[in-house]
Design a protein around this ligand. Structure first.
Ligand SMILES: Nc1ccn([C@@H]2O[C@@H]3COP(=O)(O)O[C@H]3[C@H]2O)c(=O)n1
Ligand SMILES: [Zn+2]
Ligand SMILES: [Zn+2]
Length: 249
C-alpha cells in the first residue's frame, strides 16, 4: 500500500510567504489533512483540491495556524457540497475546546439546528499513545508533547515509521530515544524556529545539536519568511517545501 505526504503549507504562524503548516496524507484512495490553519483553504484552492475531496482532518492542537481554516471547511462542506460529511480526527482533550472556544462563535446556528461539532463533522476521538487505523493503509498514533504549558498538543507517528512533530519544544530524548532508537522512524517532519529563543517551538540551533544520523532524517517545517537566508545552514537537515510530495512507504 502506498502512502505519500504533500505539504499544503510549511509556514509558521505569522509567515506571509507560505501557508500555515499543514499536510495531506494520501493513500491509494483517501486523503487526510493534518491541521487546517487560516491560510490552508487557499493552498487547497491552488492545488485545485475541493473540500469534499478530503476524507478526514486531523488536529494537533488549537492555534489559529492549525485550526483557523476549519470554519470555512465546515461551511463549504455543508453548503457547497451538499452536507458532505468529513471525519474529524481529534484527541478528546481538544474536542470540547475546539468547539466551545474556537468554532462555536461562527458555526453555532440554532435556527438551522446546527448546535455541536458533530453537526458538521464525523468526530473520531483519538486515544493517546495508541495506534489507530484512520483508513486502510494509514495508521496514526498521537502522543502528547510539550508546546504551550498546560495546553494539550500532540505529535504524530504515521504508519509507525514517520514522526510529525507539529508544534513542539525541543525534546532530544524523544527524538533520539523513541523516534530513532525504539521505532527507527525513517522520516521526521520537525517544526523549526529559525532565530531567537525557542520558548514554545524548537529552534534551528537546538536541532543542530542532534547527531548527524538523526538530522539526516529530518525535514524542517513551520518556518518563517526568512527561510531562504538559512539554506545551506541547516546541517544534514533540509527544508521541506510547500506543495512538495514525499513518499512515506
Ligand atoms: N506563549 C506563547 C504563545 C504563543 N506564541 C506565539 O504565538 C504563536 C501561535 O502559533 P504557534 O505556531 O504555536 O507559534 C506561536 C508563537 O509564535 C508565543 O510566542 N508564546
Ligand atoms: Zn503553529
Ligand atoms: Zn502552536
Amino acid at each position: 500500500m502506498s502512502l505519500h505526504i504533500q505539504m499544503l503549507g510549511t509556514g509558521s504562524a505569522f509567515a506571509k510567504e507560505r501557508y500555515n503548516n499543514s499536510a495531506l496524507l494520501r493513500t491509494q484512495d483517501k486523503q487526510v489533512m493534518i491541521d487546517c490553519g487560516s491560510s490552508v483553504p487557499r493552498s487547497l484552492h491552488e492545488l485545485q483540491i475541493q473540500p469534499d475531496r478530503i476524507d478526514g482532518i486531523l488536529i494537533t492542537h488549537i492555534h489559529a495556524d492549525h485550526v483557523g481554516g476549519l470554519e470555512e471547511m465546515a461551511f463549504r462542506l455543508l453548503y457547497e457540497h451538499g452536507r458532505k460529511r468529513t471525519k474529524l480526527f481529534i484527541a478528546e482533550s481538544l474536542a470540547v475546546p475546539l468547539w466551545e472556544n474556537t468554532l462555536k462563535g461562527g458555526l453555532y446556528s440554532p435556527s438551522e439546528n446546527l448546535l455541536t461539532l458533530e453537526d458538521y463533522f464525523d468526530v473520531v476521538l483519538l486515544p493517546e499513545r495508541a495506534s489507530v487505523e484512520l483508513f486502510p493503509g494509514l495508521t496514526v498514533e498521537i502522543i502528547p508533547t510539550e508546546h504551550i504549558q498546560l495546553k494539550p498538543s500532540y505529535s504524530l507517528f504515521i504508519n509507525d515509521r514517520t514522526f510529525y512533530s507539529a508544534d513542539i519544544r525541543f525534546n532530544p530524548e524523544l527524538l533520539i530515544g523513541e523516534v530513532i532508537q525504539q521505532r527507527n522512524c525513517h522520516t521526521i517532519f520537525h517544526d523549526c524556529q529559525l532565530s531567537g529563543q525557542g520558548f514554545v517551538h524548537t529552534t534551528l540551533e537546538e536541532l543542530l545539536t542532534l547527531p548527524e544520523e538523526v538530522q539526516q532524517r529530518i525535514y524542517l517545517m513551520h518556518y518563517d519568511d526568512s527561510m531562504p537566508d538559512y539554506i545551506g545552514r541547516t546541517g544534514q537537515m533540509s527544508f521541506v517545501q510547500q506543495h512538495q510530495i514525499i513518499d512515506l512507504t
